[in-house]
Design a protein around this ligand. Sequence first.
Ligand code: FRU
Length: 540
Amino acid sequence: MSLDLLIELAGGIDNVRRILSPSEFVIVAVHNNECCHPLPDGVTSTLVLGEWQLSMSRGDIGDDELRQVGEKLAKQQRSRAQPYQTPTYSPYRPQWHISPPQGLLNDPNGFIYHQGEYHLFYQWYPYACEHKDKYWVHLTSTDLVNWNYQSLALTPSDWFDSHGAFSGHAVSQDDGLYLFYTGNVRIGEQRHRQTTQCLAYSQDGRSFKKCGPVIRHLPAGVTEHIRDPKVFFANGEWVMLLGAQTTELTGRLAVYRSTNLTDWQFDGLYGEEIAQGYMWECPDTFILNEQRFFVFGPQGIKDDNPHHTIGHQNRIYRMSLDDTNHPTLHEGWQLDAGFDFYAPQTTQTPDGRRVMIGWMGLPDEVQHPSCDQQWLHQLTTLREIHWQDGQLKQYPAQELQQLRQAPHQLVLSAQCVDAQSASYELHLELEWGQELRLMAGSEHYVSIIADRERGVLRLDRQHTQIRQGDVIRELVLDSARIALVIFVDHSSLEIFINRGDKVMTTRAFVPSDATNIHLLGGKAQATLYPLRAASAPFSG
Ligand code: FRU
């Protein structure tokens, strides 16, 4: 039986929703089942979780033939997603952060400086505020502030990524742009997960051709939770890092090596020395000031603070590689002490700075007020990350200064000052015992409290329109005073503390007229820069 006949039985390519190829079979899922009767011997039809699927033995159908179907499905998926690229009006929409026009955004992907421009992709599900079959949206920029929409670079169109082109990184090599990503597939009623690591290639930095899986099978000792490839060059070879879960349900780092970016050999599982959580996601690695670092998202982490109930974390560790690229992890830190910071990626600017962008969201958070306007989540601001005198420092990227408008000098006190903008940068020093209230209106506000008794800086978002998630984050600080640089952008707050020592990032939903600022417990001088809008990276 040929693949063409199966597609014909399915009512033609326009009625095909996805293609799957578990072990010895080929399956096509259809939109409408009415056309699919009667079926010849050798083809069966099954209802799988509300989706009709026609299945036959794969026989000698090759990957290329399946890819041709994938290309046709990709075309359909792009045109179906087109109306979802028009942004909805929303009072919560940021003015210069990257947000999805509609649907759900999660991790930044493939962040890289390549051929004179920055490329950034993000995980996107166009059709609802839900985590479903993910696309890669492609944006470019020359200044890290204004982003242009390019295309839907990857769609979940193929047998190896039918339930999501999951996260990964980019490599710039010999004029080409290589995207490494995880192909996520779910089979049958039990939604059995099938994971491969895939490659897509672009010669022109605009259109991407899928090359299919470069790693098809799981290494021994891990579950199907192995994903988010980061590829880099070290000691004369390419190295791929993957976040993984062992069959004992512990988080680990899986390492593969290659000499040509397409043939990969499994090397081993690492990270036992820091044993953290049941799964690691989204690895990244880079060198700062001759020291290598490793960034990842361990899941299932317990915190002693009773306010901190979310197990999904962000961490950075000092890492060393021996001559054969075996990693060892040394001491580590949380990258961000706020509520919403996950899955960050970095790239190097042409002048040598390491800039990082993250997802301002968390895996289980799906009920924000912006869902009322059909969009969910955004990316964080760009931050520079430095290693200075044995200390990690994170600063707002210097490029953000392009957004500044003429500053206002303010004296903050218990009397409210209207910021007259929902998007600004605020500089001040807080004294222990003081409370700063931002985004304040008649009922709503966010508090930043320097609690002298407990020696913590407390970020409190309980008086916002929050629908889901923790409301208090506490950060232990022992500095004499607390220098703050705060970025507010409609429904987000990013607080840089003590000149790069710490950062707290959070979503905060308040009505659009809640723009007042108060300081309780004294007075403080402050500088406020209203920020202008950046170009919105929606459809082209
Ligand atoms: C992290 C993550 C990744 C995965 C992607 C799917 O947020 O779960 O591990 O590749 O999201 O969208």
